[in-house]
Ligand binder design. Sequence first.
Ligand SMILES: Nc1ncnc2c1ncn2[C@@H]1O[C@H](COP(=O)(O)OP(=O)(O)OP(=O)(O)O)[C@@H](O)[C@H]1O
Ligand SMILES: [Mg+2]
Length: 228
Amino acid sequence: MREVHRLEQIGGSLPRGLLFYEPPGTGKTQAAMALAKASGYAFLKTSGADILARPDSWERIVREASDIRPAIIFIDEADDILADRQYSNVAPLTNRILTTLDGAGGRVRDVIFVAATNHYGRPDAAAVRGGRFSEKVRFDVPERADLERYVTETLFKFARGRYVLKQGTIGRCMDVLAGRAIADADAVIAEAVNRAATRAIRDNIAEIRPLDVSAAARTVLASETAGA
Ligand SMILES: Nc1ncnc2c1ncn2[C@@H]1O[C@H](COP(=O)(O)OP(=O)(O)OP(=O)(O)O)[C@@H](O)[C@H]1O
Ligand SMILES: [Mg+2]
C-alpha cells in the first residue's frame, strides 16, 4: 500500500476491497485502523447502520476519500448491506455500494474499501468476487497459548505495584476465557480489577483473586455463559 504507485508501474494493483470476517471482539476494527496507520492512508469510517440510515452519507464518504487519497474506507458491521441480495431487503443499497467499488476508478487505485462482518455465512456472491471485496481475511479467537500470554501480561500490567496477584488467578482466567476473543479477556480482567480496587478501598487489602475473575466472568460474559 505504501508503494502503490510503483506497484502499478510494474503491472500490479491493490485489491479494491477487503472483507474482515468472523467473531465479535477479535480485532477487526482495530486491525483496519492499524492498517491505515501503518501504511499512511487516511482512515474514514462508516457502518452498515449509518449507510442504511443516511444513504447519501455513502457518496459523501467516497467523495471525501477520493479528495484526500490515499485512504481506507472502513465499513463496520457490514453484515446487512453485504448480505445475499436474494434474501435481503436492502438490495438497492448493496447495489449502490458495489457500483461504487466498480466505478471507483481514478488514476491510481489508492482508495481501499474494508468491510467487517460477524456473519460470513451468507454474503452476496457478487459482493465478494474479484474487483470488489475479493480479499477475505478471517479473524479468529486466539490459541490457548496466545490467550494465556495475553492474559498473563495484562494481569501483570494491572497488578504491578498495586496488587498482589493471588495464586490461581491466571488459571481461573483461562478457565473462563478459553475459546473467547481478546475483547472478552479485556472485559473480564478490567472487571476483576474493579472488584480488587473496591476491596482495596473498602478493606485495605490489595489483591486480585481467582474469585474476582469468576465474579467478573459472571458479570461481563453473562449472556453467553448462562449456567457456567
Ligand atoms: N488480537 C488482538 N490483540 C490485541 N487486542 C485485541 C485483539 N483483538 C481484539 N482486541 C481488543 O479487543 C477490542 C475489540 O476489538 P475490535 O473492536 O477491533 O473487534 P471487532 O472484531 O471489530 O469486534 P466486533 O465484531 O464486535 O466489531 C479492542 O479494544 C481491541 O484492542
Ligand atoms: Mg468492530
